[in-house]
Design a protein around this ligand. Sequence first.
Ligand SMILES: [Zn+2]
Length: 240
Amino acid sequence: MRVWFVRVQHLAWWVLGCLTVGIFLGTAGLGVLPVATGPKQGLSGRTIVLDAGHGGIDPGAVSSQGILEKDITLAIAKELERLLSRAAVFVIMVRHGDYDLADSSETHLLNRKRQDLERRVRIAEEARADLYISIHANFFPSPIWSGAQTFYSEQDAAGERLAKSIQAELVKRLGPNRRAAKAGNFRVLRDTSMPAALVEVGFLSNPKEAQLLADPAYQRKVAEAVFAGLYNYCQEETRR
Ligand SMILES: [Zn+2]
């Protein structure tokens, strides 16, 4: 009987200890990062899908210096993943390496692209993600255009707020850029049911901007801007 009592007492202390450690870690472990007080408040605790555009046999746009869009999008997505993970966001990367999501047996390029995009959307839908961020780089026949620009689907009011929030930080942090967030007809924006934004991080057709986009320090700045835009958007949504 006495042994039983001592065991129960030990167990009680153990449970109490775990709870205390749990509470401590929950409140102090994340330091100054924005910690959510419940699910879907602020940025922490959210599930965000990061879609690094293109990959594998699809390089996306190619700059005159040979810089590939698929490499830029992946590098920036990985930087953003690192920042978001530190803020206790559950990040789902559509791809982690140089590949697309279509079946390798699919050789028809258009079918392959369709399958790839469908699967990117499906990942977000199956995960019931809170937000979808697609990273791309722009290209235009003339080399004079520059500047990052964020797109949203016309039918997605929350996506529009998200895109505007990201665009504001891109403009603020990346230097002269008069571009505003804009509605765009992109499949990943159209077909996702959660708020979604597509960030064209700059123009690969502009040699100067292409060079910047290939620089890891600049890639980090772009990721920080998107992160700040996401953070502000989530704070605003909490207040709504
Ligand atoms: Zn692209």
